[in-house]
Design a protein around this ligand. Structure first.
Ligand code: ADP
Length: 271
């Protein structure tokens, strides 16, 4: 693939043909490279929990005596298994979306209802619900978009889960939905650890994590935002992010609306 076609003094058509050909080759090379990188990263992500499972099982078989010790081992193994399951599900989703094998089922979806539902599940997103992270939702009326409900739920669940995950207590996560012309604007803002500016351009890439060591403890393979980006693109939307380390992060998504309608303002607060 590294061979290039060179044409010395031949005619313009041939030179153009050669240029097109070289461009195609470069694109092919790039996509082969991406596939290679993707499978390498995927294997690495799956091998880590597998190594932990193996090690813990070996230790338990060798040293555990009491039912309680076996139970502890099984519980910790289950955590790793759940983790692997999540990674595999995310990988399958991204692989299918790449090959176009994941058609969206678009219909009118009430973003207002969807945000409420995700928000109510919010408390269970926190590993320790007693932790002092306040979740706040503000919905400006009824907003409908033409979209795939399952994927939209995943998009916002991923962003809100991240906001909660990367916000130490005491902290706040503000979610808001409002209309701006013919766009629905959803903003998810946290008072968390933030993302350094030099990392921002890469966070939507697959397997990208700002701090590998710390983030593995929080749990995630770096696929969540890649899925977010795919869903946003598939709905002709935009996403942008602003962040300041130690202050917080705001993700802002906008999507085209299906039909304009506005009711009153609603604000719910949950601790
Ligand atoms: P992960 O599964 O590691 O959370 P994501 O693709 O969802 O992966 O996010 C990629 C990286 O972006 C995360 O590992 C984290 O470093 C950073 N990140 C995402 N959301 C936030 C946030 N709200 N606050 C701080 N860092 C974030």
């Amino acid at each position: 693939l590294s061979e290039r076609l060179t044409v010395g003094n031949a005619g313009r058509e041939i030179a153009e043909l050669a240029a097109t050909f070289n461009e195609m080759l470069a694109r092919l090379e790039e996509s082969f490279g991406r596939v290679k990188q993707f499978s390498g990263d995927a294997s690495h992500e799956l091998r880590t929990p597998l190594t932990i499972l193996k090690g813990e099982t070996e230790v338990a078989l060798r040293w555990a005596k009491t039912p309680e010790e076996f139970r502890n081992m099984l519980e910790s193994n289950l955590e790793e298994i759940n983790r692997m399951e999540r990674i595999i599900e995310d990988l399958l989703l991204l692989a299918k979306s790449d090959s176009g094998g994941l058609p969206l089922e678009k219909k009118p979806v009430s973003l207002s209802d969807l945000m409420q539902e995700i928000y109510l599940r919010g408390s269970s997103l926190r590993e320790d619900p007693s932790l002092d992270v306040v979740l706040n939702l503000e919905v400006d009326g009824e907003v409908l978009v033409q979209g795939d409900e399952l994927r939209l739920r995943q998009l916002f669940l991923n962003l809100i889960t991240n906001a909660v995950k990367y916000t130490p207590a005491p902290g706040r996560v503000e979610i808001s939905l409002h209309l701006d012309g013919d766009r629905a604007v959803i903003s998810i803002s946290d008072t968390g650890i933030g993302i350094p500016a030099d990392h921002l351009p890469y966070i939507f890439e697959r397997f990208y994590r700002v701090d590998e060591a710390r983030n593995r403890a929080v749990g995630g393979a770096g696929l969540g935002l890649a899925i977010v980006k795919w869903v946003v693109d598939a709905h002709e939307g935009h996403i942008d992010v602003q962040s300041m380390p130690g202050v917080g992060t705001t993700f802002r998504v906008d999507l085209p609306i299906a039909g304009p309608s506005l009711l009153g303002r609603e604000a719910i607060r949950q601790r």
